[in-house]
Design a protein around this ligand. Structure first.
Ligand SMILES: Cc1cc2nc3c(=O)[nH]c(=O)nc-3n(C[C@H](O)[C@H](O)[C@H](O)COP(=O)(O)O)c2cc1C
Length: 189
């Protein structure tokens, strides 16, 4: 087995294609913390770089690059902003394009908003959808309230570094535990 095969592959999904997206900084931070964890390979997914021309999960509605990522991922970490008390349509469209590649794999969720709820309602809305896709949701969420002020020039402000390092690592701890357990179970069944 090569070094890469021993790694758990975690796809970190940024949740929006909005031009001035602030939650993208949060998604990049989640990916950066993940890259610091031994035995983990992070695959960063920017929905802007993919193409989903039609609704649904028929072959003509897929992007083969996203299909490949979801097939090889052992776990997912979605970072979603809150749009009208839910998550963005572009994230739903991307997630909808696959189904069997998600089944019995774990997903951790992070929310972001420029209010003080930190995307809580987007995360809660996402739970029902990802459950229907066959993903197994962890409970150690991460929230980024006031995300427009939390980052300056793309970097987390220094006062918040310790807090987010702790909460993001706690989310990864649970996600990795779940990913190992489910990977073992999938290979045995
Ligand atoms: C279409 C749209 C709807 C939004 N709805 C909400 C909302 O329901 N609740 C909230 O706290 N923030 C809402 N916001 C503000 C976001 O929290 C804000 O844009 C934040 O920066 C995170 O999203 P971003 O990655 O698009 O920047 C909304 C923003 C947009 C563009």
């Amino acid at each position: 087995m090569s070094e890469t095969d021993k790694n758990l592959k975690i796809a970190v999904l940024a949740g929006t294609t909005r031009v001035k997206r602030q939650s993208f900084n949060a998604a990049k931070l989640v990916a950066e913390v993940g890259r610091g964890i031994e035995g983990v390979e992070i695959i960063f997914v920017d929905p802007k770089e993919f193409n989903f021309p039609n609704d649904g999960n028929d072959p003509e509605g897929k992007d083969p690059r996203y299909s490949e990522i979801t097939a090889k991922a052992d776990a997912f970490f979605i970072v979603t902003p809150e749009y009208n008390h839910s998550f963005p349509g572009s994230l739903k469209r991307m997630l909808d394009s696959e189904l069997k590649n998600y089944i019995h794999k774990p997903v951790a969720l992070a929310g972001a908003s420029n209010g003080h709820w930190g995307g809580l309602r987007a995360v809660e809305a996402l739970v029902g959808s990802v459950r229907e896709m066959g993903l197994v949701v962890t409970y150690s969420d991460v929230y980024f309230p006031n995300v427009d002020k939390a980052f300056v020039d793309g970097r987390l402000v220094s006062d918040l570094v310790e807090q987010y390092d702790k909460s993001i690592k706690a989310a990864y701890d649970e996600l990795i535990w779940m990913a190992r357990a489910l990977k073992t179970a999938r290979t045995q069944s």
